[in-house]
Ligand binder design. Structure first.
Ligand code: G3P
Length: 216
């Protein structure tokens, strides 16, 4: 499973890039709004100069014709841009039209296997189930990820399942076990994934013993 970073913060992207574990970045209007009026285009281009992988930028148009125009504009920002389009009737048409002309699409706001199947059939490159938001309303978000992976594998669909709206380290482990091709994680999850109290205790014990052994 690959890891993407779910952020529009260039500082967070730079900080995470040094570990070599981040293969792409996902952004959305909510993440951009936290950045205090920065130009979306410039921020995506900055991110693309740090991470050499898919960078998702999201459309905000609501009609298929407008979505296609907006998607073309976003895709022109950088060769690594993947255009995010939410699934609905207009979105699905735009996903099909954009995919047909070679624009890579990440279908966002997926909350059912049927939505994921439609997005994959329409030509989306990535399909993003929102795990945490399904958990929020009492459904099993990770079970949906598992079912999407199973359906795509059964029918040889090439779309990648990108587990999104992940909130804590167990979500990442569960996404990997569910067979998600990618998990996009908020920057706060990265240090949480690295940490274990027994690792800290173990390091301290080795240091103490190294002193006793005279190698420190
Ligand atoms: O990747 C989607 C993510 O940004 C949404 O997360 O926590 O708002 O459901 P959340």
């Amino acid at each position: 499973m690959q890891l993407f970073l779910d952020t529009a913060s260039i500082a967070d992207v730079r900080a995470a890039a040094r570990y070599g574990v981040i293969s792409g970045v996902t952004t959305n209007p909510s993440l951009l709004a936290k950045e205090g009026g920065v130009s979306y285009r410039e921020r995506v281009q900055e991110i693309a100069s740090v991470i050499d992988g898919p960078i998702s930028a999201e459309c905000v148009s609501r009609k298929a014709d407008d979505l296609v125009l907006e998607a073309r504009e976003l895709a022109s920002w950088h060769p690594n841009v993947v255009v995010k389009i939410p699934i609905d009737e207009e979105g699905l048409e735009a996903i099909h039209r954009c995919s047909s002309e070679g624009i890579r699409i990440n279908t966002t706001l997926i909350f059912s296997v049927n939505q994921a199947l439609l997005a994959a059939l329409a030509g989306a490159t990535f399909v993003s189930p929102f795990v945490g938001r399904l958990d929020d309303v009492g459904e099993d978000g990770m079970e949906m990820v598992r079912q999407c992976v199973a359906v795509f594998e059964s029918y040889g669909l090439s779309a990648r399942v990108l587990a999104a709206s992940l909130r804590h380290p167990l979500h990442v482990t569960a996404a990997a076990l569910a067979g998600a091709h990618i998990a996009t994680i908020p920057p706060t999850l990265l240090p949480q994934m690295m940490k274990h109290p027994l690792t800290d205790v173990g390091i301290q014990r080795f240091l103490d013993d190294a002193r006793k052994a005279g190698i420190l």
